[in-house]
Design a protein around this ligand. Structure first.
Ligand SMILES: Nc1ncnc2c1ncn2[C@@H]1O[C@H](COP(=O)(O)OP(=O)(O)OP(=O)(O)O)[C@@H](O)[C@H]1O
Ligand code: SF4
Ligand SMILES: [Mg+2]
Length: 346
């Protein structure tokens, strides 16, 4: 097997909570035993409800936060310590795009200077080459020459995110980590920015980790999708196949809840309840309090992420036993039963 561009092995990130409602020593296990591979030029989507650990995974992958356990390997080598010269060099090759473009931009710099700044900082090319590259990228992201001397607050949300994208691409990164890059945008603009991201990713051959709570958006840009629930990957597979044939009950609920042409709202199988508090993770399969098909074993045994063949990994006792999961997500008995809880240890 070739060395992937990015490999994440058994990653965990625990936040110690020693204040407020949290007892001393309580740990929020935001990411728990997550393993991922991303090949050069490939796209991996990470999807899940709020609090499932998507952003934490992205931050640890970029070395912005240290893992509590596990490894992040970039081209087969461990990620350098945060802030070290080696980390800065590898960070140039890994760029992040956040939800809030205004927060990511320097309000005092006009667009052209903003996009050029990484080249100035890393002393890449001479002045003429830098200007030429800025012009190329602004054109590539669909920004006209008329905006180059404007400031971020003078742009629309979509234009700002295009500036962020141009700035992220200017150092020719190998990986883009996009964390909810279109969630703050108007729905009509979302599709344009997603298409642009997708086109540029394919054209430039950049690998992309695309994080979103919106399964439709993730599907649009990802070849593979990993579904996270309470810090763990519960299912991973090829995007179209996962959408057509979700195995895990949680994925089934997400797919069913995603609006789809021709499907009436009444026909959607809606997921009941909220995700549990990550500091009080349910025992066994942490989805069991919301799972309509949970069996006794689910309350005590943590299901392993098992390769079911066909590039599909699933963490569910029923799925790995070959059991067909009934489609109904109305949690009749599950909703009434009290979940068995255990405080998550750091
Ligand atoms: N710095 C922190 N200190 C303590 N807990 C944190 C911290 N950052 C994240 N968490 C907790 O870790 C869990 C995962 O958070 P994370 O932001 O990764 O989720 P997410 O999937 O990105 O959610 P969202 O869709 O809302 O962005 C949450 O329970 C969150 O409250
Ligand atoms: S392991 Fe049990 S509770 Fe968890 S998803 Fe599968 S059937 Fe549901
Ligand atoms: Mg997030």
């Amino acid at each position: 097997m070739t060395t992937p561009l990015l490999e994440v092995r058994s990653l965990a990130r625990v936040y110690e909570m020693n204040r407020g409602l949290f007892a001393k020593g309580t740990g929020v296990r935001a990411v728990d035993d997550v393993s991922l591979r991303l090949e050069r030029g490939d796209t991996l989507g990470i999807v899940g409800e709020s609090g499932s650990g998507k952003s934490t995974t992205g931050r640890v992958v970029l070395g912005l936060e240290p893992p509590s356990a596990g490894d992040v390997l970039f081209e087969g080598r461990p990620m350098a310590a945060h802030g070290s010269p080696e980390w800065r060099r590898s960070r140039m090759r890994m760029q992040m795009i956040y939800q809030d473009p205004l927060g990511a931009l320097d309000r005092r710099l006009p667009v052209a200077a903003q996009v050029r700044e990484p080249l100035d900082i890393h002393r890449i090319g001479n002045a003429a080459e830098r200007d030429e590259r800025v012009g190329e990228l602004l054109q590539a992201v669909g920004l006209s020459a008329s905006v180059t001397q404007r400031y971020p607050h003078e742009l629309s949300g979509g234009q700002r995110q295009r500036v962020v994208l141009a700035r992220a691409l200017i150092t020719r990164p190998d990986i883009l980590v996009c964390d909810e890059p279109v969630s703050a945008l108007d729905v009509s603009i979302q599709a344009q920015v997603v298409n642009l991201l997708s086109d540029l990713q394919a054209e430039l051959g950049i690998a992309m980790l695309f994080i979103s709570h919106d399964l439709r958006v993730v599907r649009q840009v990802s070849r593979r999708i990993a579904v996270m629930y309470l810090g763990r990957i519960v299912e991973e597979g090829d995007a179209d196949d996962l959408f057509a044939r979700p195995e895990h009950p949680y994925t089934r609920a997400l797919v069913s809840a995603a609006p789809s042409p021709g499907r009436r709202i009444a026909d959607r199988e809606m997921l009941q309840g909220e995700p549990p508090n990550p500091a009080q993770r349910p025992s066994g399969c942490s989805f069991h309090p919301r799972c309509p098909v949970a069996i006794a074993r689910c309350r005590s045994d943590l299901p392993a992420l098992v390769d079911l063949g066909g590039n599909r990994l699933v963490a569910c006792h029923l799925a790995s036993a070959g059991g067909i999961v009934p489609p109904s997500m109305v949690p009749a008995s599950a909703a009434k039963s009290q979940p068995a809880m255990e405080a998550s240890a750091p």
